[in-house]
Design a protein around this ligand. Structure first.
Ligand code: NAP
Length: 514
C-alpha cells in the first residue's frame, strides 16, 4: 500500500511516495521526473520485492539518455517463486464469482482513469512517446479493464441436445490456471492490460515479465490494482534485464504450474517461446511482428488515404506492429499521393521530447533502433529509392521522419519490419499484382487499403491474408474488436468477446443414467 504526499519545497513541488512494504522512502522532484506510482521494485504476492540476488538494472529515458531509476534484475529462481505464489492465489481466485472479479476490474479502471495523467507521464518517461499519445494509450489500456469487467459475467457454458435419451451433454468453461505473460516496450501499459485483464476476469492468476526498457508502467498498474482490491498473488510482475529475459521466459514456458503463455513481441522470440512451451503442452497466444501492406488504389479519396497513412505510419514514431510498412500506391494516383504526403508530413510532424508541447515524434527506443532504421534508409537509397524527406539521424535516439519513393521489393525496408518513422512508397499497376505482393510475406498481422470501388473493397477484404484489415481507415484498434495475426504474426486473439477464451478450458460433462 503506497501513500503519496505532496508539498512545496524551495518553490518546487515534491512528491513523497511512502511505501510500507518496499523502499523506505523516496523522493522525486516535480515534472517531468516527478511521477507518482513510480516503483523501483518488482511486485510479487502483493508485496514490493527485490531479486533474491539483490541485483538491479537501470531504466533510462530514451529521450535524453538519463537514468530514471532502477528495478530488480530477477532470474529463474525469482520467477519460480512468483509462479508458486500465483498458483496458491489461483486456488482461491478461481472460486470467486464473476461478479466479484468484475467489481475489482471496474474499480481498477476507475482508478486508472482518475490517475491517467500520472500513468501517462510514466509511459512518456520510459518509452519516449508524446504525452498526448501516452494518455491515449492509458485510456486504451484502461478500456480492457472495463471490457473484461463486463465480459467476466458472460462466460456461458452450454447444454447440447443429446442423441441418447439417457445421457445429457453439458459444457463448462473454467479458468485455465496460472498465466505467464511477456510484453514489449512499445505499448508498456496497453499490452499488459489487454492480456492480464482477460486472464483475471476468467479467474486466472498472472506472472508477467515487462520489457527491460519499460517496467514502470506495469508496476504502476499494480499499485492501482491493489487499491482496487485485487488480492495478493493474482497479478505478479517479475522485472529483469535483457540478460535474464531468456531464463525468465524459459521458466515461464517450462514450469508445469504455468498453464498458459501469452506473448507480444518479435516473431523470433515468439518462436522460441512456442518451442519451449511444447515441453509442457501449454496453450499459447502470440501477438508477433507484422509487415503491413498499405494499399492506395487510383479510386481512393486522396485526403483520406494520406490521413490514414499518417495515422498508421507515425504513431509511436513508427514503432508499432500495425504500422504501414510497404506503402503500395497505384500508378495513376502515385505522383499526387507522394506530393500530398510530403506536404502533410512537413506540416504535421514535429520531432522532440515527448513532454514538449506539439511533439508528435518522440525518440526511438534506443541506439540500436536508430542504427537499424538508418540502415534501412541507406540500403533503399543505394538500391535506387529516391529520398523525398528526412533520412537523417537527429542526435541521441531521434530520427527524422522520412519519405522514400520508388521503393522496390528487394530492399530491406520491404522485406523486414521497419519499426521507425520511414514511409517507404512502392508503385504498382494492377489489383492482381498488388494482392500477390501484399500476401507474399510470412507476416499476416495488419493490412490496409483505400478504394472507393465497392466490388474491389469486398474482393480485397477477402483476399488479403491478414488478421486485421483497415478499409479506408488507418486506426482500428478497439477493445471490442478481436486483435490477432495470421501466419507467422501469431496465434489467438486478444480483446473482444474472443479474448477470454484464451484463458478458459472447455470441459464436457456427460450426465448419464437419466
Ligand atoms: P522482443 O525483442 O521480442 O521483446 C518482447 C519481449 O520479449 C520483451 O519483454 C523482451 O525482454 C522479451 N524477450 C526477449 N528475448 C526473450 C527470450 N529469449 N525469452 C523470453 N523473453 C524474451 O520484441 P520488441 O523488440 O521488444 O518488440 C517489438 C516487436 O513486438 C515487433 O516485432 C512488433 O511488431 C511486436 N509487437 C507485436 C504486437 C502485436 O500485437 N502483434 C504488439 C506490439 C509489438 P527485453 O525487453 O528484456 O528484451
Amino acid at each position: 500500500m503506497a501513500i503519496c504526499m505532496t508539498f512545496r519545497a524551495a518553490g518546487s513541488k515534491v512528491h513523497l511516495l511512502i511505501n510500507k512494504s518496499s523502499i523506505p522512502w523516496y523522493i522525486k522532484m516535480a515534472a517531468p521526473t516527478s511521477v507518482r506510482f513510480l516503483h523501483e521494485k518488482a511486485y510479487v504476492n502483493g508485496k514490493w520485492a527485490d531479486a533474491a540476488s539483490g541485483k538491479t538494472f537501470d531504466v533510462v529515458n530514451p529521450s535524453n539518455g538519463k537514468k530514471i531509476g532502477v528495478v530488480p534484475d530477477m532470474d529463474a529462481a525469482d520467477t519460480q517463486n512468483a509462479i508458486q505464489f500465483a498458483q496458491t492465489a489461483f486456488e482461491s481466485w478461481k472460486e470467486t464469482t464473476a461478479k466479484e472479479r468484475s467489481v475489482i476490474l471496474r474499480k481498477w479502471s476507475e482508478l486508472c482513469i482518475e490517475n491517467k495523467d500520472e500513468l501517462a507521464k510514466i509511459l512518456t518517461l520510459e518509452n519516449g512517446k508524446p504525452l498526448a499519445e501516452a494518455t491515449g494509450e492509458v485510456m486504451y489500456g484502461t478500456s480492457f479493464m472495463e471490457w473484461f469487467a463486463e465480459e467476466a459475467r458472460r462466460v456461458y457454458g452450454d447444454i447440447i441436445p443429446s442423441p441418447a435419451k439417457t445421457k445429457k451433454i453439458l459444457v463448462l468453461k473454467q479458468p485455465i490456471g496460472v498465466a505467464g505473460m511477456i510484453t514489449p516496450w512499445n505499448f508498456p501499459n496497453a499490452m499488459i492490460t489487454r492480456k492480464a485483464c482477460a486472464a483475471i476476469a476468467a479467474g486466472c492468476t498472472v506472472v508477467l515479465k515487462p520489457a527491460e526498457d519499460t517496467p514502470y508502467s506495469a508496476l504502476a498498474l499494480c499499485e492501482l490494482a491493489e487499491k482496487a482490491g485485487l488480492p495478493p498473488g493474482v497479478l505478479n510482475i517479475v522485472t529483469c534485464s535483457r540478460a535474464n529475459a531468456g531464463v525468465v521466459g524459459k521458466m515461464l514456458c517450462e514450469n508445469p504450474m504455468v498453464k498458459k503463455i501469452s506473448f507480444t513481441g518479435s516473431t523470433v522470440v515468439g518462436k522460441i517461446l512456442l518451442q519451449q512451451s511444447a515441453s509442457t503442452v501449454k496453450k499459447v497466444s502470440l501477438e508477433l511482428g507484422g509487415n503491413a501492406p498499405f494499399i492506395v488504389f487510383d479510386s481512393a479519396d486522396l485526403d483520406q488515404a494520406v490521413n490514414g497513412t499518417m495515422n498508421s505510419k507515425f504513431r509511436c514514431s513508427g514503432q508499432t506492429c500495425v504500422c504501414a510498412n510497404r506503402i503500395l500506391v497505384q500508378e495513376g494516383i502515385y505522383p499526387k499521393y507522394i506530393q500530398k504526403l510530403a506536404e502533410v508530413m512537413t506540416r504535421d510532424l514535429k520531432v522532440g521530447d515527448g513532454f514538449e508541447s506539439g511533439t508528435t515524434q518522440g525518440p526511438l527506443i534506443n541506439h540500436n533502433a536508430v542504427e537499424k532504421v538508418d540502415g534501412h534508409v541507406q540500403d533503399a537509397i543505394q538500391k535506387g529509392a529516391k529520398l523525398v524527406l528526412g533520412g537523417q539521424k537527429k542526435g541521441g535516439n531521434f530520427y527524422a521522419p522520412t519519405l522514400l519513393q520508388d521503393v522496390t521489393l528487394d530492399m530491406k525496408c520491404a522485406k523486414e519490419e521497419i519499426f521507425g518513422p520511414i514511409a517507404a512508397v512502392h508503385k504498382f499497376k494492377t489489383e492482381e499484382e498488388v494482392i500477390k505482393i501484399a500476401n507474399t510475406t510470412t507476416a499476416g498481422l495488419a493490412g490496409y487499403f483505400f478504394s472507393q470501388n465497392i466490388s474491389q473493397i469486398w474482393r480485397m477484404a477477402e483476399k488479403l491474408e491478414y488478421g486485421l484489415i483497415g478499409v479506408n481507415e488507418g486506426l482500428f484498434s478497439m477493445t471490442e474488436a478481436p486483435f490477432g495475426g495470421w501466419k507467422e504474426s501469431g496465434l489467438g486473439s486478444e480483446g473482444s468477446k474472443y479474448g477470454l477464451n484464451e484463458y478458459l478450458e472447455i470441459k464436457y460433462v456427460c450426465l448419464g443414467g437419466m
